[in-house]
Write a protein that binds this ligand. Structure first.
Ligand SMILES: [Fe+2]
Length: 173
């Protein structure tokens, strides 16, 4: 028999806390304290706009990863299909959140709200890079620090090397 109480105690639904702890989400939601981001307190427009950006980028990330898979074996082809299907889902989630904003705001305000959260995401990525530099180029794992996937892509594309070099230069200076 499953002890649901024990399971619940061991694994509390701590996602908002996890998000707040990562340097990325700290910066992304800068200016919003933990209480104001709680589900019963959060400004719906903040929720719609911030999540819209994350969903949209998740969609792009899944497409990019799917396209990196080879087309010559069945397992890869199936995985690719699955990932493209997830990408479609994410695209739908992003579109739904955009529509929710359009139901509440005039189009011009939706555009500026989305732009504002797009800038926040860019700033959050930069803040995270800076925090990594300060740590001397010890890059966190995806699971530990909630690095957004496009960041980890950039890191694997050689940003990691150039940042480490810059960190070394800074230490030497
Ligand atoms: Fe989603």
């Amino acid at each position: 028999m499953i002890d649901f109480k024990a399971t619940a105690e061991k694994k509390p639904d701590s996602q908002p806390d996890e998000r707040r702890r990562s340097p990325f989400f700290e910066a992304f939601y800068e200016g919003y304290d933990k209480a104001s981001l709680a589900p019963d307190q959060i400004d719906w427009l903040v929720f719609f706009a911030s999540t819209h950006i994350l969903e949209l980028d998740a969609c792009k990330d899944f497409v990019r990863m799917a396209n990196a898979l080879p087309d010559d074996d069945l397992a890869s082809i199936n995985l690719k299909k699955g990932m493209l299907s997830i990408a479609e889902d994410e695209k739908g989630h992003a579109a739904y959140l955009l529509e929710a904003m359009h139901r509440r705001l005039p189009a011009g305000e939706v555009t500026s709200l989305v732009d504002q959260w797009r800038s926040r995401k860019v700033d959050a990525m930069m803040a995270m890079v800076q925090s990594l530099l300060q740590k001397g180029g010890n890059f966190p794992s995806l699971t530990q620090d909630g690095v957004p996937s496009e960041m980890s892509d950039s890191l694997s594309d050689g940003l990691s090397d150039s940042l480490s070099n810059r960190a070394t230069e800074q230490r030497a200076a």
